[in-house]
Design a protein around this ligand. Sequence first.
Ligand code: CA
Length: 232
Amino acid sequence: MSRVLVVEDESAIAELISINLRHAGYEVTVASDAIRASGEVDRVLPDLVILDWMLPGQTGLSLAKRWRTEARTKDMPIIMLTARSDEPDKIAGLDAGADDYLTKPFSTNELMARIRAVLRRKAPEALDSAVEVGGLRLDPATRRVSRGDQEVKVGPTEFKLLHFFMTHPERVHSRAQLLDRVWGDHVFIEERTVDVHVKRLREALAPVRCSQMIETVRGAGYRLTQQVPAAA
Ligand code: CA
């Protein structure tokens, strides 16, 4: 389930967005100012942030700028909300690092469509589209993993881990990054946890001869690759 953080001080708007997101299957947290928002992001890295420009205290704009300077949050998808429809404001919002920008009042359908578009571009593991890499297929909607007509049994955590690997193939991910992107928490969970689940994932993939797709990159982390010798 995708985690969305809604940063909005107007409770009626925050409520409206939350109801719609929950209805669409997202897990929602609301923060009413920048300090609470920072606290939430430190605790669990969301898959996407809906960030209001005008907040009491620090503005959404400066919060977005700060998140973009930090390694952990620099790629975190952000959609900015604002009551201002002026072109210079829109540019300032996008310059601050927002991935998209929506002017109030907006339709919830449009917000949902923008969320899906941003996730597709920046966090495809947060969506329900089926993925296929090297003959291995994973379908989040049915929670099935298969290769050809052989089904693969994987536990819930290994499923999420494999989903993340398959939507970001050939790239090396550190244990801290995997904890943030798969578990949402790199602070309170030990990095060794990643090794345990990678091991289980390889075991689960063994019957379909795909264990080798999960590579250990010494001193760096893990990578999913399809550049493995074809299985007999
Ligand atoms: Ca506001």
